[in-house]
Design a protein around this ligand. Structure first.
Ligand code: TXA
Ligand code: MG
Length: 341
């Protein structure tokens, strides 16, 4: 299949993209979190093409993307908690799992009787959904298991020749996927996947917040996380990722002692030192927004360096957006954490 690539689309190009969606095709598009791989959420055959293009297990449900929170009630049973969340955080990087209505095919929700609803703030995404006139089912645009795509070049690397169109809207602002929560009624929410809308922000908004165990821990054999996707190895570059629990000083000494031999070390901008050529920066130590923004492109960069066999990364703190970084890295590492003495 020939994939059309459109850079910074005008309305005419977005109308063409919307036509592809309406006719059951696949279009990758930017959002403020990561790039999505979109198809009509009302069209079972189109949704099936998403699973095929990504190599995604069919029990892993898709998020539906809407142009406004008010649209949600057409596809899901909304409650007061959703309305309050929408007022505070939408459009934005928050996905809410709600009981689904009949109109959403079971193949889109992996057979679940709930549907995950998201209203992106990215202007291109918003206009594409509006012009399509249907909810757009879109997982992250990466091949299943690989790090998500935060720029069009990542999407081209994974999807060129597999889908109808790729819209290049530049780098994604946030760089990590949306926060997924489940409403448990009466302003109680459970976080299934952490993101840029943090537990702290939800608490400050007056919500009582709890976490699915899979946010920080490896699911036991046969155990089902509330977000089915959390059970799969994910966000992983080809090289092995090992998280290191150590002070920055000890981490740098460790890097110095182990440089070479296919090892790479991720560190903060302030700690780059001469003499360790295999050191890669992820942003300033205190600026976790930048770290989140750079994480997936850094993991993908390692895939272009065939000499790298093992990537050592400091174990992140678990507060604020750190929890989202922790969650992605712990999964990228297959839960491999080591202490250095
Ligand atoms: O930021 C994002 O959320 C991006 C952009 C493109 O919007 N999308 C995204 O989709 O990350 P995906 O498919 O890569 O991840 C969706 C996650 C999966 O872990 C899936 O299991 C979970 O959401 N999910 C989807 N529907 C669900 C449902 N009804 N109940 C529980 N979890 C659900
Ligand atoms: Mg994904």
């Amino acid at each position: 299949m020939k994939t059309e690539i459109v850079v910074n689309p005008d309305d005419q190009a977005l109308n063409r993209a919307a036509g592809i969606i309406k006719n059951g095709g696949l279009v990758a598009f930017p959002t403020e979190t990561v790039y999505g791989l979109g198809a009509s959420a009302l069209d079972e055959r189109a949704a099936a093409k998403i699973y095929l293009a990504k190599g995604r297990p069919s029990d892993n449900p898709l998020i539906i993307h809407l142009s406004a929170p008010e649209e949600a009630e057409k596809y899901a049973f909304v409650d007061k908690t959703f309305e309050k969340l929408a007022e505070m955080f939408l459009p934005g990087a928050l996905t809410v799992v709600l009981p689904k209505k009949e109109i959403i095919p079971a193949s889109v929700t992996g057979g679940l009787d709930t549907v995950a609803v998201r209203v992106p703030s990215n202007k291109i995404a918003h206009r594409l959904i509006e012009l399509s006139g249907v909810p757009i089912a879109a997982p992250s645009a990466n091949i299943s298991g690989r790090p998500s795509c935060t720029s069009a070049s990542h999407v081209i690397a994974d999807m060129d020749g597999r889908i109808d169109m790729i819209i290049d809207g530049g780098d994604c602002d946030i760089g990590l996927e949306s926060t997924i929560i489940m409403s448990e009624g009466d302003d109680r929410v459970r976080i299934l996947r952490p993101g840029q809308i943090t537990a702290e922000m939800l608490s400050d908004g007056g919500f009582e917040v709890s976490f699915d165990k899979a946010v920080t821990e490896k699911p036991e054999d046969g155990e089902k996380p509330l977000a089915p996707g959390m059970k799969y190895r994910h966000y992983a570059p080809r090289a092995r990722v090992i998280l290191v629990r150590a002070s920055v000083c000890d981490f740098i000494s460790f890097a110095k002692e182990n440089t070479g031999g296919g090892n790479a070390f991720v560190c903060y901008d302030e700690y780059v030192c001469a003499g360790i050529p295999d050191m890669f920066t992820i942003g300033p130590e205190k600026d976790r927004t930048t770290q989140a923004h750079k994480l997936f492109s850094l993991l993908r960069k390692f895939d272009d360096m065939s000499n790298i066999k093992t990537i050592y990364i400091p174990l992140p703190e678990k507060d604020d957006i750190g929890l989202a970084i922790y969650n992605r890295l712990i999964k990228a590492s297959g839960y491999t954490v080591t202490d250095i003495i």
